[in-house]
Design a protein around this ligand. Structure first.
Ligand code: 5AD
Ligand code: SF4
Length: 447
């Protein structure tokens, strides 16, 4: 008599950046052939993976408190004679693997970002022998090759083209957790993009910690890669993140004006508006360089909108330095932005710098900057009212007959239309809130 396979469930909690979102999807794919279905919550999962972020201290602490919560579920399941494997993936796993094992005995497995293709093997090992830990390696090529190309759920997909970072901004753990910069071969990227297009994907977001530092063999730069991807039939929209100002080459800026598939929305972190602080951050650009890129982008593509990251309270930041950040925000006018209090990360040069800014001062500056930025975001969204935007239909909306989709600026748009998923519809924007737009479909674009 053949044994009936008991369905198993995996729950993956994702923290941090889009790279982690992408990695979590690939982990699901690698586990599916082993019979793991996706669970909606951790309570009844056989396997729980926390895909962690190490970029700020708060993100790391969240992981430990989540592990604490999982302990109760694990104990309850054990009392019912069922197991629960707890795996910690992502950058905290990479940076603090041994510390996690010491601090959290309920964790069975720690797996760094370069080893996800080994998950099935590791899970089997962990089931047999508690505490099996992978020494994290940095063989990024192996990881990309070994993970299956994922079946996307809808009309948009991420495509990871580059990993790691050699920039060594003095505040950042990424060069230590994700390793040296590595670009995937052009051919592999094109094969994956074509496969996505064949499955109905219309919009691809290219991912990389330093995505515009991409360099393929034979001198293929990032702009060249974008041009090749734009030729793929079916792909209507291209985006990329996260880019570095020092890698915004002339050909990439020009492409924003020449390639209509390249969406007029760019996330370009600036971190600070003060040259003194930018230098201490080892950002490899000054404020004037950043402003110059923005000017050139706007000449190439007048409707381009920008988003950015700021850090406030970096060691040595004076009131004058902070005001330079505020001024830069005012001058550029961002469509959206993330701003963070500086968080000293162990092992990074900035953590040891003199002039650490006290918490209350960081909080106060963050609030001041955020009020400038959130006003800009509201103004940007309200500015769309009355315009007609091409919206990629992503699915049904909440009400009958309603659809939701994405504007070129990544805003969620809700509107009534008979259009099908994957179509690009011209939508007249009739209302705006902080996070989404309301529209009415004007006409169908043949796309
Ligand atoms: N403290 C605060 N913010 C940080 N970031 C990266 N490292 C730190 C840190 N140590 C922010 C940067 C980066 C974004 C992903 O996170 O703004 O662009
Ligand atoms: Fe970190 Fe700087 Fe590299 Fe971005 S460019 S990942 S902030 S070191």
């Amino acid at each position: 008599m053949s044994e009936r396979a008991v369905p198993k469930h995996v729950f993956i909690e994702t923290y941090g950046c889009q790279m982690n979102v992408y990695d979590s999807e690939r982990m699901r794919d690698v586990l599916a052939p082993l019979g793991y279905a996706v669970a909606g919550k951790p309570d009844d999962a056989d396997l729980v993976i926390l895909n962690t972020c190490h970029i700020r201290e708060k993100a790391t602490e969240k992981v430990y408190s989540e592990i604490g919560r999982l302990r109760a579920h694990k104990e309850r399941r054990a009392s019912e004679g069922k197991g629960m494997t707890i795996a910690i993936a992502g950058c905290v796993a990479q940076a603090e693997g041994e510390e996690i094992m010491r601090r959290a005995p309920e964790v069975d497995l720690v797996v760094g970002p370069q080893a996800y293709h080994k998950l099935p093997e590791l899970i089997a090992l962990a089931a047999r022998k508690r505490g099996e830990r992978l020494a994290a390696d940095f063989s990024a090529q192996e990881k990309f090759d070994a993970l299956p190309a994922r079946a996307p759920d809808g009309v948009t997909a991420f495509l990871s083209i580059q990993e790691g970072c050699d920039k060594f901004c003095t505040f950042c753990v990424v060069p230590y957790t994700r390793g040296a910069e590595f670009s995937r071969p052009v051919a592999d990227v094109l094969v994956e993009a074509r496969a996505l297009a064949e499955r109905g994907v219309r919009e691809i977001t290219l991912l990389g910690q330093n995505v515009n530092a991409y360099h393929g063999a034979g001198g293929v730069g990032f702009a060249d890669l974008l041009e090749q991807l734009a030729r793929i039939e079916g792909i209507a929209r291209l985006r990329y993140m996260t880019s570095h100002p020092a890698e915004m080459t002339g050909d990439l800026i020009a492409l924003h004006g020449e390639e209509p598939k390249l969406m007029p929305f760019l996330h370009l972190p600036v971190q600070s508006g003060s040259d003194r602080i930018l230098k201490a951050m080892n950002r490899k650009h000054d404020a004037a360089h950043y402003r110059d890129i923005v000017t050139r982008l706007r000449i190439a593509r007048p409707d381009i909108a920008l988003s950015t990251d700021f850090i406030v309270g970096f060691p040595g930041e004076s009131e004058k330095d902070f005001e330079a950040s505020e001024q830069l925000a005012r001058d550029v006018g961002f469509a959206s932005a993330f701003s963070f209090k500086y968080s000293p990360r162990p092992g990074t040069p900035a953590a040891l710098m003199h002039g650490q800014v006290d918490e209350a001062m960081k909080r106060e500056r963050l609030a001041r900057l955020q009020s400038v930025l959130s006003e800009q975001q509201s103004r940007f969204n309200e500015g769309q009212v009355g315009r007609t935007l091409p919206v990629l239909v992503a699915g049904k909306g909440r009400a009958p007959g309603q659809k939701h989709g994405r504007s070129p600026y990544l805003q969620a748009v809700h509107f009534e239309s008979g259009a099908r998923e994957g179509e690009i519809v011209q939508v007249r924007i009739i209302g705006a809130s902080q996070n989404s737009l309301a529209g009415s479909a004007a006409a169908l674009e043949v796309a």
